[in-house]
Design a protein around this ligand. Structure first.
Ligand code: NDP
Length: 312
């Protein structure tokens, strides 16, 4: 390796990024990992993670990410707490620019920049984050078993979250801001056929209620302008995710929402030596364990690419 060209650089520090780092480091690629502005990714705003195999008692999201990082560093991953703000994939050596203006040259790059949940933007939402407010029913729904919950949104995610929660909760209040849902017909049908989902049409959230935990929400019907209160102990925001892929848009194929399109059964992108993993390329599963899986795939793909090019 030329002194100033890295074998493998990883952008992002969620389960995908750290898993890619563990595999790349153990393959002696001496990876350099940029954490981005939210080190640890979405799990840092989760409390108990109970669905990640290997933790029979569950684990706190931030602790899990600290463990991921420790494991990656044990095998000599270099972790930098910086953002990559610009990329140039025009040649066989990729050039990544950090926020401080440094140019990093690398033979292979793994994108694991994740996605961020969209939020309503209410003060009470911030105050009650992880105290009843969540953006992931699969992660947190279990904590509200037997209790009433609210889901906000009218797309496929909201429909899926509401039907998932309906298996655990006596009533799921689904707040849809228009008089129709954006979700696919089949998902809408599933919602309508689930007796304990109560759809509140033309309804928006004014405020989430509670101090130490959610006790309900003040909502408004935007047709009649009438306010009311819905009692609930969980408040799930399901109004979409945004993949953190803006800086790659000139280089890669993406779907309408900005998720990177990878080649079938691999993490390869249309740029040589550039691999995408985790939520930045997964609009469907979006789980820590699936992100970790594709992070592993990306490191293996990078290692094989470097070997085929006789760089390692
Ligand atoms: P979407 O963008 O499709 O839907 C977002 C929903 O949230 C819309 O109903 C929108 O309302 C509503 N919304 C947005 N902002 C607000 C707000 N501030 N207050 C209240 N409501 C709001 O996002 P999804 O995450 O649902 O889906 C994204 C993509 O992923 C879609 O292509 C979907 O098909 C796909 N997907 C597929 C799944 C599957 O196949 N199993 C599962 C989940 C997602 P409005 O309609 O008025 O704009």
């Amino acid at each position: 390796m030329s002194d100033d060209i890295r074998y493998c650089t990883i952008i992002g520090s969620g389960p995908a990024g750290y898993t890619a780092a563990i595999y790349a480091a153990r393959a002696n690629l001496k990876p350099l990992l940029f954490t981005g502005k939210e080190p640890g990714g979405q799990l840092m705003i989760t409390t108990d993670v109970e669905n990640y195999p290997g933790y029979p008692e569950g684990i706190m999201g931030p602790q899990m990410m600290a463990d991921f990082q420790k494991q990656a560093e044990r095998f000599e991953t270099e972790v930098r707490y910086e953002m990559i703000t610009e990329v140039d994939f025009s040649g066989p050596v990729h050039v990544l620019t950090t926020e401080s203006g440094e140019k990093i040259k690398t033979y292979s790059t793994i994108i694991s920049t994740g996605a961020s949940a969209k939020w309503l933007g209410l003060e009470s939402e911030v105050k009650l984050m992880n105290k009843g407010v969540s953006a992931c029913a699969v992660c947190d729904g279990f904590f509200y078993k037997g209790q009433e919950v609210i889901v906000v949104g009218g797309g496929d995610t909201a429909a899926e979250e509401a039907t998932y929660l309906a298996k655990l909760c006596p009533t799921v209040h689904l707040l849809v801001r228009r008089d129709e849902m954006r979700a696919s017909k089949i998902m809408q049908k599933r919602v309508m056929n689930t007796k304990n989902i109560q759809v509140h049409w033309n309804t928006e959230t004014v405020e989430i209620l509670g101090e130490e935990g959610v006790i309900g929400a003040k909502v408004i019907n935007n047709k009649t302008n009438t306010e009311s209160v819905i009692d609930a102990s969980g408040f799930f925001v399901a109004i979409g995710h945004k993949p953190n892929t803006d800086i790659f848009k000139d280089w890669l194929d993406m779907d309408e929402a900005g998720y990177i399109i990878t080649k079938p059964d691999s993490t390869k992108t249309k740029v040589e030596g550039l691999f995408a993993s985790g939520d930045a390329q997964d609009n469907i599963y979006r789980q820590a364990v699936t992100a970790a899986g594709t992070g592993c795939m990306a490191a293996l793909d990078a290692e094989r690419y470097l070997a085929a090019k006789e760089i390692i």
